[in-house]
Design a protein around this ligand. Structure first.
Ligand SMILES: Nc1ncnc2c1ncn2[C@@H]1O[C@H](COP(=O)(O)OP(=O)(O)OP(=O)(O)O)[C@@H](O)[C@H]1O
Ligand SMILES: [Mg+2]
Length: 394
């Protein structure tokens, strides 16, 4: 059965264009010319997806989205793409906070629109199609060869790409227990629950995890680091590995961002991880640290394929190019992420990751390519049903 798409826009030209484009792709299209009518049509029969303009007569797009989210309850979720003329990040974040799942800035290309629609329809496919498909349970860790190379930036944005663009359910763990940065990067206060709420509980089960995980506006589930360095001591290697084990049974991906120490906790994370992404930049101290790390991993009998090198800011001029770096390390660099200071810093200052608000930037596209490469290496599913994305447990 064709998916039904509700287009809410007051501009007859936009209505005509969207109707034509969507019908050509085989979608059934319903049109509403103002916010109140859009809401009424949703209430009469929820569509498979909504395209919702922001500036609308009677009720604006934010109000419509918020009203729908308030009324649809926990079991239903109609995916909403907000169509906005404003390119201001704050407006976009406001739209997403009102309950939209994605947004497009006008004018947009029809190919872009159709790709976003497909991805959302897959992500929110009816539950009955998804039942019986177990979470993939892949654990991947992000380890910085030295401080400040961009490990947290890459971990957070990869998590968002895996969820929003590839439809996977994702938990992101801030494993930098003493000085975790995820609250800053994601604009979350010290009052939010953290891993401490799990390690101090008498027992950890899926129900408790669901209460402690903080759901980011992007849909990624966050397990935050302790609110202060002292409380970090409460987290033991054993405690963390129990939690990671539980998370693995609940999500397609568990991403953990860890600090540089090769201590008991981080070695435990390496043990559990299917892939250890070592994030580096092309400079001598990183090359030295990567070489030491590779030696240590070999001594500890980790398979060499477990470690993958991610060269961040790959096109920044450092005097050492990819070839030189590969020569010095006697192995290949597995992934490269471009240098784009503007997207990166404005995302950090606004607390809204670029993969969330500027997915089509150079940096956004590089991270998406990286996320696709990770997802491609997933072990082959046993049945066709397993290919469908899972619903998020949070
Ligand atoms: N590809 C990139 N292009 C430009 N700037 C980047 C890129 N990746 C990261 N940055 C910037 O580098 C700085 C450090 O990034 P980040 O905090 O992610 O690094 P880290 O390795 O996690 O640091 P720490 O050691 O403190 O945990 C930030 O200001 C970030 O915006
Ligand atoms: Mg960091």
């Amino acid at each position: 059965m064709a998916a039904r798409i509700l287009v809410v826009d007051d501009d007859p030209n936009v209505q005509r264009l969207l109707t034509y484009t969507l019908k050509q792709e085989g979608y059934e299209v319903i049109v509403a010319g103002d916010g109140a009518d859009g809401y009424k049509r949703w209430a009469a029969e929820p569509p498979s997806l909504m395209l919702l303009d922001v500036m609308l007569p009677k009720m604006d797009g934010y109000q419509v989205a918020a009203k729908i989210r308030a009324e649809e309850g926990k079991t239903a979720h109609v995916p909403i793409i907000m169509l906005t003329a404003e390119s201001d990040i704050e407006q976009k974040v406001r739209g997403l906070r009102a309950g939209a799942d994605d947004y497009l800035i006008k004018p947009f290309h029809s190919a872009e629109l159709l790709a976003r629609i497909k991805s959302l329809l897959a992500r929110f496919a009816p539950r009955e199609l998804l039942m019986g498909r177990p979470p993939m349970g892949r654990v991947v860790s992000f380890y910085g060869a030295k401080g400040g190379v961009g490990t947290t930036t890459i971990a957070i944005n990869t998590a968002i790409a895996l969820h929003r663009e590839l439809g996977r359910s994702v938990a992101l763990v801030d494993g930098n227990l003493q000085f975790g940065d995820h609250r800053v990067f994601l604009d979350l206060g010290l009052d939010r629950k953290s891993v401490v709420d799990l390690v101090t509980a008498p027992s950890v089960d899926a129900e408790l995890i669901k209460q402690v995980i903080v759901r980011h506006d992007s849909g990624v589930g966050l397990l935050l680091a302790p609110p202060s360095p002292e409380t970090a001591e409460l987290v033991s290697a054993e405690g963390l590995s129990g939690i990671m084990g539980q998370l693995r049974s609940m999500y397609d991906y568990v991403l953990i961002d860890i600090d540089k120490r090769l201590d008991e906790i981080n070695l435990q994370v390496f043990d559990m991880a299917e892939i250890v992404f070592v994030v580096m930049t092309a400079d001598l101290s990183c090359l030295k640290n990567v070489r030491l790390l590779l030696d240590t991993m070999r001594t500890l009998n980790y398979e060499s394929a477990k470690v993958q090198l991610v060269l961040n800011r790959s096109n920044a001029y450092t005097g050492i190019n990819v070839k030189n770096a590969e020569g010095a390390l006697k192995r290949k660099i597995d992934h490269q992420i471009v240098n784009e200071y503007r997207s990166s810093i404005s995302a950090l200052n606004s607390g809204a990751p670029f993969m969330f608000t500027k997915a089509d930037s150079l940096l956004g596209r590089a991270v998406l390519e990286f996320a696709r490469a990770i997802d491609k290496t997933a072990p082959a599913p046993q049945g066709a049903a397993q290919l469908a994305p899972a619903t998020s447990p949070t």
